[in-house]
Design a protein around this ligand. Structure first.
Ligand SMILES: Cc1ncc(COP(=O)(O)O)c(C=O)c1O
Length: 420
């Protein structure tokens, strides 16, 4: 039997898997040079803002995600803040957010002076549990940030039904979900608004960037104003209507994104093909399994691919030990769902909200929050022992990469007894 790499044997994978990220070529180079020589490096340099590269990208990406309107911004965190403000979240409001996500899904809520309320997740999908979401609604709840974790769409049927009935807004955090579909419709504007990130690791990137999508003209106009220092369309340039920041995307970002968007379909299809192959391969290995895919998830564009670890079936090897052993074999597996539940961060555990404690100790809010008491048992369980993930880049090659991953995990499985 081959010795495990962790115990001094040779690795199964001794070359990078998939593709180096980001993927780019002459097209991006040409677009950047064109922007340079145009002498117009921001969207405001065009009499018609839609003629700018930013404007073109907004239309192209909104159409790509089946949304009517898009407002491009500096990054995904800014997109969430902009969306939350646009749907009317203000000081004293509560906003629901799943416990398993990237911290920005929650901090964006605090950044608009509202109170993040953590909600437990679904054991199978890692996404917000609709029943837990409904149970967390109070008379202070204004909105829910619904994350499509790892790009796997949350249950938008139940979420929009609950939100409609309980009159709260839904902001989709689609930072991981470019190209993902729920029942044939792309995510991002199924709820009231959606926020995307184009940060360097994401499946559509310009290094940094973000966009807010919606189907509602009024919300799009608010987002436009919130991203443009409080201006509104078709009014004098030096006339301002609300307190707002400058969140404008540059022409450089849009130039790159327009080219990257042309690559996205092929890349998404490659990832889907390879992940389906890997999921099938997992069926022959006790202790690892793919998410049981809901047929309503008609397309899964993922930033990382979440899957399940079953310790009992893996001869009792703790997940942390499995991760160590598989990483040593050269496969970049890690804890799924962005790691530990967000409320466990020092920010929340030490209630580090500055001198005034705003927005948590806000007189407009008037309730007491203590995140040291927050516990979402399913999120905890997934983090500690069940959720694993692989980055999207390893799925950009061909099946030989998937075979290597299967070989590495199979090797570790065969020698599980030595790892306990
Ligand atoms: C779920 C989620 N939301 C929001 C963001 C924030 O995006 P950005 O890094 O572009 O600010 C990220 C970034 O990783 C994310 O993963």
């Amino acid at each position: 039997m081959q010795t495990l790499a962790l115990q001094g044997g040779s690795k199964v994978v001794d070359r990078p898997l998939g593709k180096k990220w980001p993927v780019y070529g002459r097209e991006e180079e040409k677009a950047l040079i064109e922007t340079l020589h145009s002498g117009i490096w921001w969207r405001g340099g065009y009499p018609d803002a839609k003629a700018s590269k930013v404007g073109q990208f907004e239309d192209a990406f909104a159409a790509y995600q089946d949304a009517k309107f898009g407002v491009a911004v500096t990054n995904g965190t800014a997109a969430l803040e902009c969306a939350l403000k646009s749907v009317g979240v203000e000081a004293g409001d509560e906003v629901l957010v799943p416990a398993l996500t990237f911290v920005a899904s929650a901090t964006a809520i605090a950044l608009v002076n509202a109170v993040p309320v953590f909600v437990d997740v679904d054991l199978e999908t890692l996404n917000i549990d609709p029943a837990a979401m409904e149970a967390a609604i109070t008379d202070k709840t204004r909105a829910a940030v619904v994350v499509h974790n790892g790009g796997y769409p949350a249950d938008m049927d139940r979420i929009t039904e609950i939100a409609g009935r309980r009159k709260i807004a839904v902001v989709e955090d689609a930072a991981h979900a470019h190209g993902s579909e729920w029942k044939g419709r792309r995510v991002g504007a199924i709820g009231d608004m959606g926020a995307f990130s184009f940060q360097m690791g994401k499946t559509l990137t310009a290094g940094e960037g973000g966009i807010v999508l919606t189907d509602t003209r009024e919300l799009a106009e608010k987002a436009f104003s919130f991203h443009h220092i409080g201006r509104i369309s078709n009014r004098p340039f030096y006339e301002f209507h609300r307190v707002a920041s400058n969140l404008r995307m540059t022409e450089w970002q849009a130039a790159v994104l327009l080219e990257q968007l042309k690559r996205l379909d092929e890349q998404t299809e490659t990832r889907e093909r390879n992940s389906t192959y890997l999921a099938r391969g997992f069926e022959a290995i006790d202790g690892v399994r793919a998410i049981r895919r809901d047929p309503r998830v008609t397309r899964w564009g993922f930033y990382y691919w979440n899957f399940h670890y079953e310790q009992e079936k893996f001869a009792g090897v703790p997940m942390a030990r499995f991760i160590e052993a598989v990483q040593a074999e050269g496969v970049p597996v890690r804890a799924g769902g962005h790691g530990m539940p967000i409320y466990r961060n020092p920010l929340f555990q030490s209630m580090n909200f500055g001198r005034t404690g705003c927005p948590i100790r806000c007189p407009l809010y008037g309730k007491t929050v203590d995140y040291t008491r927050t516990s979402c048992p399913t999120a905890e369980r997934l983090f500690k022992q069940e959720a694993l993930a692989l980055p999207h880049t390893v799925f950009l090659g061909d099946v030989s990469d998937m075979d290597l991953i299967l070989e590495a995990i199979g090797k570790v499985r065969r020698q599980a007894d030595r790892l306990r």
